[in-house]
Design a protein around this ligand. Structure first.
Ligand code: URA
Length: 473
């Protein structure tokens, strides 16, 4: 019997190193005992690294399909104690029969795929349901979240959160492990308790609840689907979830009222008035919630949050980069010099701005003081990502048929990746929700061009882009 003690429940590298040596030596899966250092049923009091492995055979040639590695990396995060031995048995099978990974009828493969699927679902939950609270510590604001995963997925997802909330200082606390990000490095700590995640009631939570209540649509309520998407165990940590029982209970009555007041006409391009009214309430709740946004540090220096404006059922949405100096003071998008150029170009293209929804990728002004002046600074990828949360919800409410991204930051916010304007300009990109995205330059780019001739040329091109979009309406 060979005993292998891994360093942690998600120790894929340790498992792989041991499995490689065992499989090369031809050790039968029944002759391997896999364990973790603190397993109380380990009669031998095993320690990590205290293994009983066959000698390493450096020259042994050995490779496995990529599909096996991907599957093993997910399945190993499952809580089932037998996952290590199942994976080792599958590894032996793959080695003996290279087509195993394609054999849909293989029961062992099926069992391990089921483990991996459960893990992927748990990963979806942590990514969707983590809610941060702002907590003050000696270095400033830290965002702290409490989460109780079903499987050992926290360490494997730390990189995801570091990329998504790159510019914030945050901690995710769970019963088994805590992960901390200081804007530069990730650190691990021991497990924690819910109480350590901050006070029970946070002012931001009231805003969440207001927003959720406003967007809750009784006609779309599918209790079973909702319970499977957001199982009850997560409700405790979601501020908005305290509303669910009440909203579900009142849903039937509200649905009946909605049906009674809805016009009898079929679905049409412009939403019926009741739908626009609902969208109006959801939009106002969203805007009010955004006023207190602290999702990234930009709220600290800006005068105010500048939300989008325009009809909530506009077929056309313009997305800029971020408010400038004048927008920050006025609280409205595109009212400064770039806004004037934008208005002129719209007029030349025959587009009425009052029929479009105009917003920005980032809702707070980012600047640097130069003497008495506030000099615009472009938002970084983390700030765009943090603010994308609001833009996505604006898009979900307005549901424009056409979206125009003004500049690369807007393109990034909508597509979720960096875009090169020259590559995508002049062509429609079809989005997942069926809307079309058009990317063009930002009006400020035109203002900055030093050569008057070149500026005139580029302005003409900009107007042509807008005219093309207008012709699609
Ligand atoms: N630039 C933008 O991107 N948005 C504004 O609102 C103003 C200037």
């Amino acid at each position: 019997m060979h005993r292998v003690t891994l360093t942690a429940p998600d120790d894929f590298d340790g498992w792989r190193a041991a499995a490689r040596r065992l499989v090369v030596a031809g050790v039968d899966p029944a002759d391997v005992l896999w364990s973790l250092p603190d397993e109380s049923d380990d009669l031998f009091g095993a320690m990590a690294g205290d293994d009983d492995l066959p000698p390493e055979r450096g020259s042994a040639e050995f490779s496995v399909p990529r599909a096996f590695v991907d599957l093993a990396q997910s399945a190993i995060l499952h809580r089932a104690p037998e996952r290590f031995s199942l994976l080792y048995a599958l590894l032996c099978r793959v080695r003996a029969r290279p087509g195993t990974m394609e054999d849909r009828a293989d029961p062992l493969l099926g069992r391990i795929e089921a483990l991996a699927k459960t893990v992927r679902r748990d990963i979806h939950k942590i990514r969707a349901f983590v809610r941060f609270r702002a907590v003050e510590d000696p270095q400033g604001t830290r965002f702290v979240a409490w989460f109780e995963p079903d499987h050992h997925i926290v360490r494997a997802n730390a990189g995801f959160f570091a990329r998504r909330f790159a510019t914030m200082r945050w901690s995710i606390l769970t019963p088994e492990i805590s992960i901390h990000w200081d804007g530069d490095t990730l650190q691990e700590g021991p497990g924690a308790t819910r109480g350590e995640a901050g006070p029970d009631e946070d002012p931001v939570e009231g805003l969440w609840r207001g927003y959720y209540a406003a967007i809750f649509n009784p006609a779309r309520l599918k209790t079973r689907a909702m319970m499977s998407e957001m199982p009850k165990k997560y409700w405790r940590n979601l501020p908005e979830a305290s509303l669910i029982p009440e909203l579900v209970a009142g849903a039937q009555a509200r649905e009946a009222a909605m049906i009674a007041t809805a016009p009898a006409s079929p679905r049409r391009a412009n939403p019926p008035p009741s739908q626009a009214k609902d969208s109006g309430a959801a939009w106002r709740a969203l805007r009010d919630a955004a006023k207190d946004c602290i999702r990234c540090p930009l709220h600290r220096d800006a005068t105010q949050m500048v939300f989008g404006e325009g009809p909530v059922d506009a077929p056309l949405m313009f997305v800029g980069e971020q408010p400038g100096d004048q927008e920050d003071l006025a609280g409205r998008p595109f009212v400064g010099p770039a806004g004037q150029l934008f208005d002129d170009a719209l007029a030349q293209a025959g587009i009425d701005r009052s029929h479009a929804y105009v917003t920005n990728a980032v809702k707070h002004f980012k600047f640097q003081w130069r003497g008495k002046h506030r000099l615009h600074q472009g938002p970084n990828a983390g700030e765009i990502e943090a603010c994308r949360w609001w833009l996505d919800r604006e898009r979900a409410i307005v549901r424009p048929r056409l979206i125009v991204a003004l500049g690369a930051s807007a393109g990034r916010a909508i597509l979720g990746r960096a875009v090169t304007i020259a590559r995508v300009r002049g062509q429609a990109i079809t989005m997942e929700d069926g809307s079309q995205l058009w990317v063009t330059v930002h009006p400020s780019y035109l203002l900055r061009l030093p050569d008057a001739g070149r500026r005139a040329e580029e302005q003409t091109r900009f107007v042509e882009d807008l005219r093309l979009v207008g012709s699609m309406l």
